[in-house]
Design a protein around this ligand. Structure first.
Ligand SMILES: [Zn+2]
Length: 209
């Protein structure tokens, strides 16, 4: 059940819904062109399919790239093109369903259907863009996280290299001289005792890391 819920709320379902809706719109637009094109016979049918493909494919590209229509003065990215697509869907549906024909009951039903289909189209476009942006910001966060992890392991390697050099340096020092402050002692025991309380701790500057 969780898998179904994840799919339905995920990006895949939004894309699938958008494509299914595009398929519906293709037949809708094609039938309108077949009805209204000033051509005859098989040429008219062929032309209606070709033009419907051009129109629907363009709409799909617009829907998939809504954020690129952002105008600086609008906060919501691509808001205006979503409204243009919404109005286009309303008009196409109104003609497809012959919304003005029939008795009052039929006209009411058709009008509700036309508005519902327009809202569905708008909602799919909105969902697609917001899901895509969420997905991209998640990817960006993952990239930054792996960059930070790489930097951290690089720093760890440098620190361990520095500790090794430091140990070697201490080992090479005179056992009676403090490697930190340079103070000389009578024997190594005194020097080791002093090391635990030596005020001069070694400093590693940032550019060494
Ligand atoms: Zn010292």
């Amino acid at each position: 059940m969780n898998a179904i819920a994840s799919f339905l709320t995920g990006f895949g379902a939004t894309v699938l819904g958008l494509l299914v809706f595009v398929a519906y719109r293709f037949f809708e637009v094609q039938s309108l062109f077949e009805r209204y094109l000033p051509l005859d016979g098989s040429v008219k049918v062929l032309a209606s399919y070709l033009i419907a493909f051009v129109v629907v494919f363009s709409l799909l590209i617009f829907s998939a790239n809504l954020d690129k229509f952002k105008l600086n003065r609008f906060e919501d990215s691509g808001a205006w093109i979503k409204w243009v697509l919404f109005l286009f869907t309303i008009v196409i549906n109104a003609y497809f369903w012959d919304v003005t024909k029939g008795d009052n009951q039929t006209i009411f039903f058709k009008s509700v259907l036309v508005v519902f289909l327009g809202i569905t189209d708008y909602a799919y476009n909105h969902l697609f863009v917001s899901s895509w942006m969420d997905k991209q910001s998640l990817n960006r966060a993952f990239t930054s996280l792996s960059q930070l992890q790489a930097k951290e392991s690089d720093l760890r390697a440098k620190v361990s290299k520095l500790s090794t050099s430091l140990s070697e340096l201490i080992a090479r020092q005179d056992p009676k001289v403090c490697p930190r402050c340079g103070k000389a002692f009578d024997n190594s025991n005194q020097r080791n005792g002093h090391l635990r309380s030596c005020q001069k701790t070694l400093k590693i500057s940032n550019n060494e890391l």
